[in-house]
Design a protein around this ligand. Sequence first.
Ligand code: NAP
Length: 239
Amino acid sequence: MNRKIIIVGATSGIGRRMAELSAEQGYNIGVTGRRKELLEEIRKKFPEQTEYECFDVTGPNNIQHLETLTQRLGGLDTLIISAGIGEPSKILDPAIDKVTVDTNVRGFTEIANWCFNHFASQGYGRLAVISSVAANRGGLHAPAYNASKAFQSNYAYGLSLKAGRINKNITVTCIEPGFVATKMAKSDKLFWVVPVEKASRQIMKAIENRRRKVYISRRWWLIAKILKWAPHWLYKRFG
Ligand SMILES: NC(=O)c1ccc[n+]([C@@H]2O[C@H](COP(=O)([O-])OP(=O)(O)OC[C@H]3O[C@@H](n4cnc5c(N)ncnc54)[C@H](OP(=O)(O)O)[C@@H]3O)[C@@H](O)[C@H]2O)c1
């Protein structure tokens, strides 16, 4: 029987490549995003294996869409939350910060909770959260983004504790990428940029291996630790 995976935010970037890799590995895939033409493209490429739901995660019907998709797939083993937004907010633009919180915090929480409860009632499943190395410290260029990613990483950890406590076969994998070569990597000071192909393969492997926490690529672990432990007097010069 084919395994069933939903990727929330699969129209572009890391989510898109993970959807394609999953289909190539024989999964039945449920893909989502706001850009319908790109979801259609994926279905055209893998017509036998693809279902999609076109929706905005900041909207009111996340759960309905996920239930419909799960029904059409005939079940769900793995769900990856890749949908996310990260815009610089130099002047603390309220519109940018609202959409960041609505997407990366409110929509994220609804989807993660629905998924966890679904897996808890069926007794198994793998949930993966694409957070960011930015989760490890506040940042002056996009304070809402760093804070929202800290929320996601912390939330994923809480869910992994919950999975252990209820003693079900559920894994929650928290992924913290550094810079990945998608349109989201906007800084003019990029370094150690990871190609989308490499990032997507490493993430799929981490989920398969039921890892609790991974950095993409592995050397970004070092940046995460520096962000966490650098003293304030030093960090404020570079952060
Ligand atoms: N690229 C990096 O350097 C980097 C580094 C660390 C972490 N990340 C994280 O990796 C994840 C994937 O980002 P990416 O780099 O692959 O960028 P991307 O190409 O911009 O992909 C973002 C995906 O999220 C979806 N999305 C965004 N807002 C949405 C909304 N309101 N409703 C539904 N779907 C929405 C987009 O689909 P639609 O536009 O079609 O809705 C798209 O499929 C994000 O969570 C990001 O924070 C990226």
